[in-house]
Design a protein around this ligand. Structure first.
Ligand code: TRP
Length: 338
């Protein structure tokens, strides 16, 4: 038997990859459901995080605004705690292998399986005047993002589960034909707090594209705004702060408070037993605002330092490209592309 007692730790860490679109604002839902885990994952995995600006093109964008929001999203990702030295943090379009591999994987993806994607159906209904082929093939670009880096684990919100399943299908299909080219990734859906609901209609997911800005809290909202939105949060006509079927509004506030404080739902129920909804909403609002403040401050710092951001983006893209290039040349070789 090998003596491993004093051997250096050479075991390779697993790779975790995730991405977020740069459009709109990052909501508390995105933060609790996804980005917060990205930060935690840095301890356990080799992490790769990406601003998915190519995905954003599936909906018509104003060019100047897209460019600006891509940089802002990158800065916010770092402000939330993604460390650009420890992890690879980059902008999708700065690594051209994403578009290159997407074309190839398009040819290994079936029309039928893309037609079944619920997000495609939802978005087609919402943008009936622009149901473009990119929107249809969106999950293939996402599969590319994941497979290019031989990712093991992909932390995502609940709504991306179906896209992860299709990614696995594509990887398995490709591997079935050509041998082991891609690592087949696992989705990581956080156990609690994956689904933060709208503050206006707590039966709906909190969404940045909600027309009513009171429906979501943005990570960059200031303290007064956060508190105001929680004060207005829709609850019910009872007066009991307990997690129970049918109490969607209160359940949501309990989930948020629990996610932000790390306390269990039972502990939070005990903390607010006998208190009124008004007190509870204020407490949630203040706690969330305090929790988000450091990210907001860091964001402002980074946005004022363009040289830092440009450098981080360039070095992130170079490190990403180094890995992506290897997968790409393997794929090209397998399928016979010169
Ligand atoms: N489609 C994801 C979303 O809208 C964003 C995304 C793009 C992504 N590429 C990814 C997430 C790769 C995980 C892995 O949330």
């Amino acid at each position: 038997m090998e003596n491993t007692q004093n051997a250096p730790v050479t075991e390779k860490k697993k790779i975790s990859l995730s991405g977020i679109q740069p459009t709109g604002v990052m909501t508390l839902g995105n933060y609790i459901g996804a980005v917060r885990n990205w930060v935690k994952f840095q301890q356990e995995y080799d992490c790769i995080y990406m601003i998915a600006n190519l995905h954003a093109l599936t909906v018509r964008q104003d060019p100047a605004a897209l460019k600006k929001s891509t940089i802002a999203a990158y800065a916010l990702m770092l402000a939330c705690g993604v460390d650009p030295e420890r992890s690879i943090a980059f902008v999708q379009s700065q690594v051209p292998y994403h578009t290159e591999l997407t074309w190839i994987l398009n040819c290994y993806t079936q029309f039928g399986e893309m037609s079944r994607m619920t997000q495609f159906k939802d978005k087609s209904a919402k943008h009936a005047d622009n149901i473009n082929v990119g929107l249809f093939s969106y999950p293939v670009l996402m599969a590319t993002d994941i497979l290019l880096y031989q990712s093991d684990v992909v932390p995502v919100g609940d709504d991306q589960k179906q896209h992860l399943e299709v990614t696995r299908d594509i990887a398995e299909r490709f591997n079935g034909i050509y041998g082991n080219v891609f690592t087949v990734p696992e989705a990581y859906i956080p156990p609690s707090g994956a689904r933060i609901m709208s503050l206006v209609d707590p039966t709906k997911k909190m969404s940045k594209s909600d027309e009513n800005p009171n429906a979501f809290v943005a990570v960059l909202d200031d303290k007064d705004t956060v508190i105001r939105k929680f004060k207005r949060a829709v609850t019910d006509s009872e007066a009991e702060i307990v997690y129970r079927e049918g109490k969607d509004g209160i359940n949501n506030l309990l989930t948020i408070y629990s996610a932000v404080t790390g306390k269990t739902i039972a502990e939070v129920e005990a903390e607010f037993a006998g208190k009124g909804y008004g007190d509870f909403k204020l407490a949630v609002g203040e706690t969330v605002a305090d929790h988000l403040r450091p990210a907001r401050e860091k964001f402002n710092e980074y946005m004022a330092d363009k040289a830092f951001l440009e450098n981080a983006m360039r070095s992130g893209a170079e490190r990403a490209a180094y890995i992506a290039r290897k997968t790409m040349s393997k794929v090209n070789k397998k399928v016979g592309i010169i």
